[in-house]
Ligand binder design. Structure first.
Ligand code: C2O
Ligand code: CU
Length: 480
């Protein structure tokens, strides 16, 4: 049985104390939502699209009147959105113009090992690196983010994250809301220093005068300001029509329970059409949507249930004060709407327990290893090491992975492979790549490994609380 969602207190049983901003924060719902630009290919030939991205530092106005130094893809937080077609090869050439090594991982991508962004496969400052993505996978909301070993938390916090959407014909035929009514929403929390810079309790004293490895840091970094697409508590004007929102929790350590306030009269708040790895077999309705770090929910919201002029707030029922507010919609007028949400969405083959020839147990907990007197987060008692293989898996096989988590909640993510959660309940429908478990919780995952020999190699799986990940809650599987 999958038990999900954190507790209902601000610390959520999984993360440290909330860092307070010293800079003045804007009044909620005064700044317009930004939608990241779609990046155009630099060139296209032989069925491959080539993109160029420079990772660089830039000053971005996040808080009114202040400049925040951002480490961004193309200097922006979030980075530009990439849009690909299923099966059409996408090559992204990254140029690292930052003062630190980086690694790019396409989260949710079915990517050969050498392009998957292994945590020690560094792009040094000044260097360039080409990542090749076959994208031989169904339409889905993927995202790309930094994955540097030991430093993923601080580097993502400083801005290294963006969307990568995959479309396919099956999705096109459905008639879901599209164009201006298909909007990616990256939800993150941050705290700010007085001068507007990001506040992160770093282990590297050269970065900022913050405490070193404290328990607060170990548990996960929480900010007091919720940003959507890099804007604090933004506002978005919508027409009275259906919209598709691609919700992504890109926070380091915060999980949210999303709801609409007020709920649509006589309707349902969220009609989920897709999850981490793409479209569901059939829509699932939610009044409240728990979303853990790295999870994606593609939902349709029908604003025709509201009257023109009405304000509707996307709230986080786990939050208090500023972390309760997320985003406000203002319904302008009735809009023409040809979109639909069909009752059948995608062909998904349900896996069953007896297809699994191998069963493995993984315990995500604190303990088994120390670093400077701090007890680390581990998988089966082992801290991450690039040389230690926790599972050798066979191409084309289905395995049952029994995940148990202890001490606090942990969102567990597997690279490369989609999985189905057995008996997981309504929020775990479809193919997923991240599953959230409460302390003491357990989930049985049916994992399918690709048959194609081009995917042979070593991949990681880990907790997506980024501070837990940096504090070694990560392991390897070898596909061969
Ligand atoms: Cu979102 Cu290993 O990553
Ligand atoms: Cu964790």
């Amino acid at each position: 049985l999958a038990v999900r969602g954190g507790g209902n207190v601000e610390t959520q049983g999984s993360a440290g104390a909330v860092l307070r901003s010293a800079a003045p924060l804007p009044r909620p719902f005064t700044l317009p939502l930004r939608i990241p630009d779609v990046l155009r290919p630099t060139s296209t030939h032989d069925g491959t699209d080539y993109y160029d991205i420079t990772q660089r530092e830039e000053r971005q106005e996040i808080l009114p009147g202040l400049k925040t130094v951002v480490w961004g893809y193309e200097g922006r937080f979030p980075g530009p959105t990439l849009v690909s077609r299923r099966g059409r090869q996408t090559v992204v050439r990254h140029h690292n113009a930052l003062p630190v090594p980086t690694v790019v991982h396409l989260h949710g991508g079915k990517t050969p090992a050498e392009h998957d962004g292994y945590p020690t496969d560094l792009v040094q400052p000044g260097a360039r690196r080409e990542y090749v993505y076959p994208l031989d996978q169904p339409a889905a909301t993927l995202w790309y983010h930094d994955h540097r070993m030991d430093f993923t938390g601080p580097q993502v916090y400083r801005g290294l994250a963006g969307f990568h959407l995959v479309h396919d014909d099956e999705e096109d035929r459905l008639g879901l809301p599209s164009g201006d009514r298909d909007i990616p929403l990256l939800i993150t929390d941050r705290a700010f220093h007085e001068d507007g810079s990001f506040r992160y309790p770093s282990r590297d004293p050269s970065l900022r005068g913050e405490p070193g490895v404290t328990d607060e840091f170990m548990s996960g970094v929480l900010g007091d300001c919720v940003l959507v697409n890099g804007v604090p508590w933004p506002v978005l004007e919508v027409e009275g029509a259906r919209y598709r929102f691609r919700l992504l929790n890109g926070s380091n350590a915060r999980r949210y329970h999303l709801a609409l306030d007020p709920p649509p009269p006589g309707g349902v708040a969220f009609t989920q059409v897709g999850g981490d790895q793409g479209l569901l077999a059939a829509p699932v309705e939610h009044e409240r949507l728990p979303i853990a770090q790295a999870e994606r929910f593609d939902v349709v919201v029908d604003f025709s249930a509201y009257r023109p002029g009405q304000e509707v707030t996307l709230i986080n029922t786990l939050g208090r004060g500023g972390t309760r507010d997320v985003l406000r919609f203002v319904v302008t007028r009735r809009g023409r709407d040809d979109s639909r949400v069909p009752s059948r969405l995608a062909e998904l083959e349900p896996l069953s327990r007896d297809q699994a020839r191998v069963e493995r147990d993984f315990v995500f907990a604190r303990g088994g290893a120390e670093h400077h007197g701090t007890t680390l987060w581990t998988v089966n008692g082992e801290p991450f090491s690039p040389d230690h293989v926790a599972a050798e898996v066979r191409p084309g096989s289905v395995e049952l992975w029994r995940i148990r988590v202890q001490n606090v909640a942990h969102p567990v993510h597997l690279h490369l492979v989609p999985f189905q959660v057995l008996d997981g309940g309504p929020t775990t429908a479809g193919w997923k790549d991240t599953v959230d478990l409460d302390s003491g919780g357990q989930a049985d995952l049916l994992v399918r490994f690709p048959d194609d020999p081009s995917y042979a190699g070593r991949y990681v799986f880990h907790c997506h609380n980024l501070e837990h990940e940096d504090m070694m809650m990560m392991a390897n599987f070898d596909l061969r």
